[in-house]
Design a protein around this ligand. Sequence first.
Ligand SMILES: Nc1ncnc2c1ncn2[C@@H]1O[C@H](COP(=O)(O)OP(=O)(O)OP(=O)(O)O)[C@@H](O)[C@H]1O
Ligand SMILES: [Mg+2]
Length: 271
Amino acid sequence: MNIMTEAAAEAALEKKMNTVPLKMVGKDVSVYYGEKRALFDVNLDVRENTVTALIGPSGCGKSTFLRTLNRMNDTIGGCRITGTITLDGEDIYDPSIDVVELRARVGMVFQKPNPFPKSIYENVAYGPRIHGLARNKADLDVLVEQSLQRAGLWNEVKDRLHESGTGLSGGQQQRLCIARAVAVSPEVILMDEPCSALDPIATAKVEELIYELRSNFTIVIVTHSMQQAARVSQRTAMFHLGNLVEENDTDKMFTNPDDQRTQDYIMGRFG
Ligand SMILES: Nc1ncnc2c1ncn2[C@@H]1O[C@H](COP(=O)(O)OP(=O)(O)OP(=O)(O)O)[C@@H](O)[C@H]1O
Ligand SMILES: [Mg+2]
């Protein structure tokens, strides 16, 4: 039997990864908040049906980069972006792009679970309704059930669909927000530290879910937890002071990173 050298194994992995289609491509992305520059010419590919983790010390630009992917930065006064970002080859900053439609294709889950003060059912039904994804009530019922199933929440809430979403536990609320995000059939889901407000059991549930969701969605997740990045992602990108330091296969990133700053960060030497 052939025993592969480490370098050969890496090359084989790289080759395999290179066959995965690119869902989103960021080229020379820079972001400014007024005079302050928060990102410096970031080049980062997001591969299809892959979980990409963004890591790095606080303030390094992870959330800023994540928000460029569905133009959430547009809502921040004084924020300016240069460079290009494409989704399936199409420039998402082109003036012809409908931002509402873009955000349906590239959905987002936030750090703090933020269900609407409405029923569990309405939280999930809202998006499909405004985007006209259901023809009638029966259709909508199916979509709500499917979304809650996908978010691993259905069994816990099926008998209380008309109770308020805000009455759920934190972990359930976050899965409700994930159900709300998947209900409009996005292609990409962005998650900014989705587990940081959750206890370890709820975190484990959400992590398991993220890992499974990648068969249907492309996921980009910001996390401060190295363990979480290692558990849920296949690719990891390390940011430092607004620069993308390294982007690599997750296993390699955590065992044998190319950049000293990555090594220092994952060893807990800074950040
Ligand atoms: N709305 C804003 N206005 C001005 N500056 C901002 C704004 N949001 C972020 N910044 C600045 O941009 C830089 C990157 O911030 P960002 O929130 O992207 O970092 P982060 O990596 O997500 O950090 P954390 O891990 O703490 O969430 C920081 O210097 C921050 O102060
Ligand atoms: Mg952040």
